[in-house]
Design a protein around this ligand. Structure first.
Ligand SMILES: Cc1cc2nc3c(=O)[nH]c(=O)nc-3n(C[C@H](O)[C@H](O)[C@H](O)COP(=O)(O)OP(=O)(O)OC[C@H]3O[C@@H](n4cnc5c(N)ncnc54)[C@H](O)[C@@H]3O)c2cc1C
Length: 426
């Protein structure tokens, strides 16, 4: 390990105890800095949040390691002896709106079309950027199409919104595949993400319940004002989520450079929410990974994750993404649960049991997140992530998933950004 020279070593405040903040703080401590982490919530982890239910770990935020090959999270999991298992859309059962199972060929073709959309590589010149919907001819059909084709399109769009957190009419076509994902399958952590967060936080000085309101910086030092206290340090690493930066809840004095402020406003904060249903018994195919529901209502969850093969308890997780998720945050939990239950009743019959416990997330209304993860809307570009990551005056440093152009929107992206920011201080 290379330690910074004595004159470089000083005090650092890290704002946010999510994965980026914890990774940054951990690295800085290793390098010899004196670090204080300020966290607004009464818990660490940020958009990683694992809740226990009957001895089972349920992730309300991130739950997958996206691409296990070369992913630093794979290595950390191995060190900690954590089990993770692959999931795949191929291991799904699809139903149409009437509750009739799709045959193998129809399911395969639907998955193929959806996956081909996600991996579409744009040839569009960047200055002619447009939305995914307007660029992909088969998504915006002008001539009449049959009802089943209409439903397939509705499903593909809803599944896209759940995966990207943004709708096909918002997401930039030119930058649809600007990131550099790791290879290999996506794996679910059997005991949830909590052990990784706990590991990253070990030995750190973390002050919970410190809601940062203002960051004042000059050539000598940085003052961070929270709702109840004031902290002074030589440098600060800001890991506030993009949505929080966009909301203006935290002010900077002097204001951040115009280029950074513009990049913050250009990028999009996407939304993915989960409706988690814990049942007294399994009434679906126990071994499948997902239940796909090809509805004619774009407000229905397109996919439900079956946690049973992974955690050993009959738990289903329904996903809502993009504008559907945003609208649904205004509904009450019982209305959202009822909507998922009515889809399940169509698929599995009226006599299915009611869930014994339900959890509904609202990441959009969460003032410490203001959304789920970033995306590139029309008019923004991958470079905006780099602009967000650029330090200011050698005093302010930035980390967080939305500062990682290669791995935005992910836990490993947050982790790597934290390590990068920590190394920029020396
Ligand atoms: C529902 C959902 C599902 C997801 N699924 C996956 C997945 O399966 N795999 C994957 O890789 N990624 C997934 N993600 C994305 C992943 O969770 C994030 O990219 C990652 O956790 C972001 O980490 P971060 O440190 O950048 O931000 P955060 O975790 O948001 O950390 C920022 C911290 O700053 C704190 N904070 C905010 N405002 C203030 C303030 N004013 N004062 C002090 N503290 C403040 C927050 O409380 C938070 O702790 C998912 C996210 C969501 C919401």
């Amino acid at each position: 390990m290379v330690l910074a020279t004595d004159e470089d070593i000083g005090t650092v405040i890290v704002i946010g105890a999510g994965v980026a903040g914890l990774a940054a703080a951990r690295k800085l401590v290793q390098l010899g800095w004196k670090v204080t982490v300020l966290e607004g919530r009464d818990r660490i982890g940020g958009r990683v949040c694992t809740q226990g239910y009957k001895g089972v770990a349920i992730d309300l935020g991130a739950s997958w390691i996206h691409g296990i090959e070369g992913n630093p999270l794979t290595e950390i999991s191995a060190q900690l002896g954590l089990k993770h298992q692959p999931t795949s859309l191929e291991g799904s059962c699809f139903f149409d709106v009437n509750g009739k199972g799709l045959n193998a060929q129809a399911s395969r073709s639907l998955i193929k079309r959806y996956q081909s959309l996600l991996s579409e590589s744009s040839q569009t010149p960047v200055d002619a950027d447009q939305s995914v919907e307007s660029a992909v001819p088969w998504l915006s059909v002008s001539q009449p199409i049959c009802e089943s084709e209409q439903r397939y399109l509705t499903w593909i769009k809803a599944a896209f919104a759940s995966y990207m957190g943004a709708d096909v009419f918002h997401h930039s076509w030119a930058y649809l595949n600007d990131d550099k994902p790791f290879g290999g399958a996506n794996h679910l952590l059997v005991d949830g993400y909590a052990p990784i967060v706990k590991f990253l936080a070990q030995g750190l000085n973390i002050q919970l319940g410190q809601v940062v309101k203002q960051v004042i910086y000059n050539r000598e030092h940085v003052v961070v004002k929270t709702e109840t206290a004031q902290f002074v340090a030589d440098r600060v690493i800001v890991t506030l989520p993009l949505g929080v930066l966009q909301s203006g809840q935290v002010s900077f004095e002097p204001p951040l450079p115009a280029s950074k402020q513009q990049a913050v406003q250009r990028l999009g904060m996407g939304l993915l929410n989960k409706i988690i249903l814990c049942f007294p018994r399994c009434f679906w195919q126990p071994e499948i990974d997902f239940i796909g529901y090809v509805s004619d209502n774009s407000g229905d969850s397109p996919l439900l994750l079956n946690l049973l093969p992974h955690v050993g308890n009959p738990v289903l997780v329904a996903f809502l993404g993009g504008e559907t998720a945003r609208k649904s945050e205004k509904l009450q939990d019982r209305q959202l649960v009822k909507q998922v239950m009515s889809s399940l009743q169509r698929m599995y019959g009226k006599e299915i049991p009611q869930p014994t416990t339900t959890i509904v997330t609202r990441w959009g209304s969460d003032r410490f997140a203001c959304g789920s993860y970033s995306f590139i809307p029309v008019g923004a570009s991958g470079e905006d992530y780099d602009i967000l990551a650029t330090p200011v005056e050698k005093r302010l440093f930035f980390a967080g998933e939305a500062t990682n152009r290669e791995h935005p929107g992910t836990v490993h992206g947050a982790l790597l950004s934290g390590i990068r920011a920590a190394c920029q201080l020396t």
